[in-house]
Write a protein that binds this ligand. Structure first.
Ligand code: UT7
Length: 325
């Protein structure tokens, strides 16, 4: 009998303020046409003054807990993926824990930028499948608007704010094959040699400032397409599976062209790919759980469905999680 981490609830939260490309073009030297054509983005959400990453995370976490019927006191573990924490320390996860009323359980942040949610899910899965925890909350939450250089049109038009969360419960009884419910595989990678292609030019130890995001977009694009294809092939091979067995691809939402390129390589029809980048832009660690929650809530992802999540981001980091709902 195999013990698996099963996703038993999802939730998400988006700040109220919608900023369209046209609105951005009134202050940045850009156009709706350029942004849509190059990235597929039409609008993004921006956090209100004073609204922090933990505020977004708490709202998403409450929605996920409500949907799963799990009480905060039953949580053994909270893993929060973010590159935009409220403070340098303590972990934003600890703030979320206190607000939810889950004091005493394990709570920490994971920092893998846009691959953060994949890293956090893989971490929670390791705790649950090894018996170190039974019930976990995994959150991806970001306020990237706070680390953008609004004079750099090559980056500031691409990102947005938001949060998504899932509740996981360890369940015994799996057969140990791909028919099991729950997380079937996780694969994580990093290559720190590409630091200068995507980074924030500040931090407590280097500059004593927060810094702003710097990206060589075209180079990152090239790496993203190849790393994501490798990640998807690795997950399929590890599960002795072909792409047509997948019900849904829920990719990190950075650029519509990257998402479509990955789907094309897999021969996956567009109808099997969950896309939110048009409305959310790139919300880094929050993008996958936001997309997942949307597709679960609108009835696309249903119990029994096989869902592949994949992402790539600063570090570089990249990876995948395959799960049966
Ligand atoms: O989530 C983490 C991973 N991040 C990503 O995956 C992002 C990966 N990269 C990308 O998505 C794309 O590279 C971008 C959307 C960032 C850019 O698309 P691109 O087709 O690679 O454009 P480019 O950077 O090569 O720029 C093309 C032109 C340049 O002008 P010239 O030099 O050809 O005259 C830029 O100056 O577009 C210009 N440009 C803009 N024009 C209008 C750059 N940004 C803008 C802008 N509005 N916002």
């Amino acid at each position: 009998m195999v013990r698996r981490a099963v996703i038993v609830g999802c939730g998400s939260y988006l700040p109220a303020r919608v900023v369209t490309n046209a609105e951005l073009a009134s202050t940045v030297d850009t156009s709706d046409e350029w942004i849509r054509e190059r990235s597929g983005i039409a609008e993004r959400r921006i956090a209100a003054d004073g609204e922090t990453t933990s505020d977004l995370a708490i709202a998403a976490a409450r929605a996920a807990l409500n949907g799963s019927g799990v009480e905060p006191a039953a949580l053994d573990l909270i893993v929060l993926a973010t590159a935009t924490p409220d403070n340098t320390f303590p972990a934003t996860a600890a703030k979320v824990q206190a607000a939810l009323g889950a004091a005493g359980c394990i709570a920490f942040d994971v920092q893998a930028v846009c691959t953060g949610f994949v890293y956090a899910l893989a971490t929670a899965n390791a705790f649950l499948s090894s018996g170190q925890a039974r019930t976990a909350l995994v959150i991806g939450a970001e306020t990237f608007s706070r680390i953008l250089d609004w004079r750099d049109r090559g980056t500031c038009v691409l990102f947005g704010d938001g949060a998504g969360a899932v509740v996981l419960r360890a369940e015994e009884g799996g057969r140990g094959d791909k028919s099991d419910r729950g997380i079937l595989s996780t694969h994580l990678h990093a290559d720190g040699r590409h630091y200068d292609l995507l980074y924030v030019d500040g931090g407590p130890s280097s500059t004593q400032t927060t810094g702003t995001l710097r990206m060589q977009g075209r180079e990152v694009f090239r790496h993203a397409v190849s790393k994501l294809s490798e990640a998807v092939e690795e997950a399929l091979a590890a599960n002795d599976m072909s792409a047509n067995e997948l019900d849904w691809l829920v990719p990190h939402q950075a650029n519509r062209r990257i998402i479509e390129g990955t789907a094309r390589k897999l021969n996956l029809p567009a109808e099997k790919v969950v896309v939110t980048v048009d409305r959310h832009a790139n919300t880094s660690a929050a993008s996958i759980p936001l997309a997942l929650d949307e597709a679960v809530r609108d009835g696309r992802i249903r119990p029994g469905h096989l869902v592949l999540m994949e992402g790539m981001g600063g570090g570089f980091t990249w990876g995948s999680v395959l799960a049966r709902f």
